[in-house]
Design a binder for this molecule. Structure first.
Ligand code: 48H
Length: 260
């Protein structure tokens, strides 16, 4: 007969093994938005130890809601091969060659499944509340349960060590913000600080999201809207090619930096 505590014991043991293995990573990613999910998949496929820590219960970031809760998004030709590699369906936009619509729920779930099945671990409902900064170097993340944070409970966090940290926190660039505020480092931007996102200009925002995807301090990279906010790019609304290409680009930059 199945005893109730066998289920509990299986879950506790399995989760603790997974978390224990994630305490020492090649790449620690903050936020499970579309750019980070693509990056995590590519980094995992290259055989590196990678985990994402996501504040919310559901990974996927701003993908689910499409445009103003119309649950469809647009992706342009240049990023279609990434959707295809995740087996996510898309349909051409009538009268506008080069652009495609897709179901945002399929996109979110497809990216999540692709990242996890490639070997990336996703820890949901965990918030990153600080970075490890030791002898002038980024060394990892400081994590805590999101409900603990939200309830304002005084509970000390745990620490994850990693060779590289990737800020995939979207519009607020939370990790780069912590790095400038608390570690007082200068970033690889025109001013040395977070420059702040500009208003809507779709084409410029899509291009700058990819251009702004880079290493902002040794061992500290940013992708997606976080990169764009950091280097002062325009926003673009519910078109996601730039996010997918940003994830692909940052994975390559990180893999090259780990090799050297
Ligand atoms: C743990 C955290 C923390 C933290 C934040 O915003 P995202 O979807 O990420 P991107 O950059 O890949 O995609 C951006 C896109 O969704 C978008 O907003 C677009 C295209 N906007 C255009 C426009 O004009 O507005 O996801 C970031 C994720 C979220 O799930 C957060 O919960 C999570 O990061 N997160 N997780 N610890 N400290 N901060």
């Amino acid at each position: 007969m199945l005893s109730e505590n066998i289920i509990s014991s299986a879950i506790v043991q399995s989760f603790c093994t997974k978390l224990d293995q994630a305490l020492n990573l090649d790449v620690a990613i903050v936020g499970a938005g579309p750019s980070a999910l693509v990056a995590a998949r590519d980094i995992a496929l290259a055989g590196r130890r990678v985990a994402i820590f996501e504040r919310k219960l559901a990974p996927g970031g701003g993908t689910w809601g499409g445009g103003m809760l119309f649950n469809e998004v647009v992706v342009q030709d240049s990023a279609i091969s990434i959707l295809d590699s995740f087996h996510i369906n898309h349909h051409p936009v009538n009268n506008t060659p080069g652009y495609h619509t897709l179901d945002s729920v399929e996109m979110a779930s497809g990216l999540i499944f692709g990242a996890v099945s490639a070997g990336a671990k996703i820890f949901n409902a965990i918030s990153v509340e600080d970075i490890v900064f030791k002898e002038g170097k980024i060394g990892g993340l400081v994590i805590n349960w999101t409900p603990v944070q939200r309830l304002g409970m005084h509970v000390d966090p745990l620490t994850v060590l990693s060779k590289v940290v990737l800020d995939g926190t979207g519009h607020p660039s939370e990790i780069l913000r912590m790095a400038t505020d608390k570690a007082q480092i200068r970033l690889n931007t025109e001013t040395g600080f977070i420059m702040g996102e500009k208003p809507m200009w779709v084409e410029s925002g899509e291009n700058s999201t990819i251009e702004n995807t880079r290493e902002y301090f040794p061992g500290l990279f940013a992708c997606g809207m976080s990169a764009n906010n950091t280097a002062g790019g325009y926003r673009m609304g519910p078109i996601f090619g730039g996010m997918l290409l940003s994830g692909q680009k940052v994975a390559q930059l990180i893999l090259n930096s780990l090799k050297s």
